[in-house]
Every structure is written in structure tokens, then in C-alpha cells.
Ligand binder design. Structure first.
Ligand code: C6P
Length: 409
């Protein structure tokens, strides 16, 4: 398959931006959507819309099949043992909060340890920080090496028999670092700890198989993988999910409700109280089909080519400081600062050139402090980007440099 033509699958990319060709380099924030996904969601509303798990009529059965069919697609996509291990959530944030609120509150006691890293997105930091505060547990950080990678010797040292939970990003949304989660899972399990993987930045971009990683939980968002917003996934091993208490009580998640006690449905439904995001799940199922048709290996290889090219080209700009590891240890994103220019100003000048990048703290304030930067700029690629997009980024950065040198000078 020639990925160069993939761009045509994404209607928004044909739209001019500020009078220029749109160069979308912010897929780590949210990806664009292919026509196949947009049309699948429209078809759901046109032809299948009803509430799920309730109606006895044919249309409700159709909606339920579409919703549960999407769960099965997701289970196959990530190599889960069964669809019962796939809980639909609003996104990665809700998925991680769910584990911390349910299993975390039951498992962690005073003096126990929760081990995370300083490169975590706030979504995989605050839930553990607040759990540690509530329980009087110890929150420990595996230190980062100078290039923003983890050293397995540090993992071995920080994870102990007191550790109950290890929570780590598969791919950092700022550094692009790809963490060895399979090895970290093995260390966690040797100490009887649970491993939670924040896969928001890996599942959209590379093959991820939960059985191979042997992780206990894995969280990701539909909107970063060609799917709609408002839908995400918490994968959990069945043995954990079936003994976890629900977090949201209400319709859809109960078995029997009496005046003074209630019982819950099996997993995954006990975690999906209320009417779920049916169209979102159906759209995510279509996104999974779309990505699988192309092949996650193909997408991964293409992004590697693009990021290697981007790192090479960005190195031509003398005043650019690039954060994170070398190209061979990073995923498809690059975070940087143009010396002496605020990243918001850089992003604004780039926007005028039709180049969309993200600037800010990227929901990783502790990591910003570690980098010694208040904010950074970030360009991130996906299957629809091309070398021409990278060239446009480099040209726009050179222009920004020129502009601010004169503006300041
Ligand atoms: N990162 C970014 O631009 P939600 O918002 O729930 O879909 O995903 C949260 C999340 C969790 N973990 C990681 C590693 C992430 O990158 C994100 C989302 C976006 O980097 C928005 S801050």
C-alpha cells in the first residue's frame, strides 16, 4: 500500500488553512478522521440508532450488535483474550482514573508504594498522586536518564515488594520515548505488583499486543487513532476486572437492585453505567478496521521514516533545541524550542504558514520542570503526513527564526 495517497482518505486535509495547504502536525493531540469513519458514524445515526442492551425490538438489537461488535474489534486489535476485557470509557483519562479509583483504592494501603515516572501525562500522574495522598502511600518516581529514557537498573531498584502499582506511559507525549513496558511488567510481576500502561501515544501508531506485553491494564483514546472523540478503552485482565467494584452507579450496569443493596453485571458492563457513547464505539470500531486494513506495522514503519527525516532536517536549524532521545528510540513526535522565542509565538508564525503544531506544557508540568522549560513546541506525525509536510515545518521554522531575529534585534 502506498501511504502517500492515504492523505486523500482524510477530507479535512484538502481544506486550505490561512490560504495555504494544511500541514497537520498535531496528531499526538488528536488525529484527523478518514471518510470511512465519518461515514460509519453517519450510517449509525441514519440506519441503526437506538439505545443498547434494553430494547426488545429489531432496531435496538442492531444498535447493540454494532456496539458490542466494536468491542470485539478492539479486543482483536490489541490481542485481548476476550471482549469482556475491553471496557469502553470516554478516553485514556477516564480509563486511568477508573483503575485508580476502583482497584487502586482497594489494593493500596498505608505505607505501600506506587511507582510512576516523571514523564507521565497528568492523566497518569494525578490519579496516582491523589490515591497516594488518600491512602498514606508512597509515590515513587523512576528517574529519567539525560536523554529522557528509562534505565532498567533504576526500574529494578525502585520497584520493591512494597510496590502495589506500577504505572507508566508506553510512549511519552513530550519526549517521544518508547518505554520497555514488557520488561517493566516482568519486574512489577516479580514483586506481585500490578502494571498499568498508558498507551494513548502507542496504540494509534504501532502494533500493541496486551498478551505479549503481559500488562494488567492498558488505556487509550479513540480520537488519537482515527476514531471520534469521547470514546476510549480500558483493557484489563479479566481476573482483575471481575473483582473490581464499579465507579459509576446507575442504569445498564446492575443485575438486581433492592431498596438497601444491589448487585452488578459482569465485566465489562458493570463499568459502563448509563447510556454509553454508542456512536463513538461504532466509530472506533470503524477506525480499527481502517487501521488494520492498512496494517499497524506499515504505519509504524512509515512514521519511523518520517521522524528520522524530520530529526535530520531539524538538525539543520542551528537555534533549535530538541528534547528527548535519538530517532531510533522515539516514536513519531519531536519536541523542541527555538532559542529565545516563546513556543506559542513559534506556533503562531507556523500557523500563518498553514503548519499546525502544538505549544505549551502538554499536560506534563513535572516533565517541563525536568527539562528546564516553561513550555515547548511539538510536531507529531501520523500515517497521512509526508516528507513535504516536514519540509514545510522546517521552512516555516526558518521563517519564524528570521522574523523574531529581526523583531527582537
Ligand atoms: N495527550 C497531547 O497533546 P485523553 O485526553 O484522555 O484522550 O488522553 C490523555 C492522555 C494520556 N496520556 C498520554 C500519554 C497522552 O498523550 C494523553 C493526551 C494530548 O499530548 C492532549 S494533552
Amino acid at each position: 500500500m502506498n501511504l502517500r495517497e492515504i492523505r486523500n482518505d482524510f477530507p479535512i486535509l484538502a481544506r486550505p488553512m490561512n490560504g495555504r495547504r494544511l500541514v497537520y502536525l498535531d496528531s499526538a493531540a488528536t488525529s484527523q478522521k478518514p471518510l470511512a469513519v465519518i461515514e460509519r458514524i453517519a450510517r449509525y445515526y441514519r440506519e441503526e440508532n437506538a439505545n443498547v442492551h434494553r430494547g426488545v425490538y429489531a432496531l435496538a438489537a442492531k444498535a447493540t450488535d454494532a456496539y458490542e461488535g466494536a468491542r470485539e474489534k478492539v479486543a482483536r486489535f490489541i490481542g485481548a483474550g476476550s471482549a469482556a476485557e475491553v471496557v469502553f470509557t470516554r478516553g485514556t483519562t477516564e480509563a486511568l482514573n477508573l483503575v485508580a479509583s476502583s482497584l487502586g483504592r482497594r489494593l493500596v494501603e498505608e505505607g505501600d508504594e506506587i511507582v510512576i515516572t516523571p514523564m507521565e501525562h497528568h492523566s497518569n500522574l494525578i490519579p496516582w498522586q491523589q490515591l497516594a495522598i488518600a491512602k498514606g502511600a508512597v509515590l515513587k518516581y523512576i528517574p529519567l536518564r539525560a536523554d529522557g529514557t528509562l534505565d532498567m537498573a533504576d526500574v529494578e531498584r525502585e520497584v520493591t515488594d512494597r510496590t502495589k502499582i506500577v504505572a507508566v506511559a508506553h510512549v511519552s507525549n513530550v519526549l517521544g520515548t518508547v518505554n520497555p513496558v514488557k520488561e517493566i511488567a516482568a519486574v512489577a510481576h516479580r514483586h506481585g505488583a500490578v502494571i498499568v500502561v498508558d498507551a494513548a501515544q502507542s496504540v494509534p501508531h504501532q502494533p500493541v499486543n496486551v498478551s505479549e506485553l503481559d500488562c494488567d491494564f492498558l488505556a487509550f483514546s479513540g480520537h488519537k487513532m482515527c476514531g471520534p472523540t469521547g470514546i476510549g478503552v480500558l483493557y484489563g485482565k479479566r481476573r482483575w476486572l471481575s473483582e473490581m467494584e464499579p465507579v459509576y452507579y446507575g442504569g445498564e450496569m446492575i443485575e438486581v437492585v433492592e431498596l438497601y443493596r444491589s448487585t452488578w453485571k459482569e465485566t465489562p458492563w458493570r463499568f459502563e453505567g448509563g447510556t454509553p457513547n454508542i456512536a463513538g464505539a461504532v466509530g472506533l470500531g470503524a477506525a480499527v478496521d481502517y487501521l488494520m486494513d492498512i496494517g499497524m506495522e506499515v504505519i509504524h514503519r512509515r512514521e519511523r521514516e518520517l521522524i528520522e527525516y524530520a530529526m535530520e532536517r531539524l538538525a539543520e536549524l542551528p537555534d533549535l533545541e530538541i528534547y528527548g532521545p535519538a530517532a531510533d528510540r522515539r516514536a513519531g513526535l519531536v519536541t523542541f524550542n527555538l532559542k529565545g522565542v516563546h513556543p506559542h509565538d513559534v506556533a503562531t508564525v507556523l500557523d500563518a504558514e498553514g503548519v499546525a503544531i502544538r505549544a505549551g506544557h502538554h499536560c506534563a508540568q513535572p516533565l517541563m520542570r525536568w527539562l528546564g522549560a516553561a513550555a515547548t513546541a511539538r510536531a507529531s506525525v501520523y500515517l497521512y503526513n509526508t516528507e513535504e509536510d516536514v519540509d514545510a515545518l522546517v521552512a516555516a521554522l526558518a521563517k519564524a527564526k528570521e522574523y523574531f531575529t529581526h523583531a527582537i534585534g
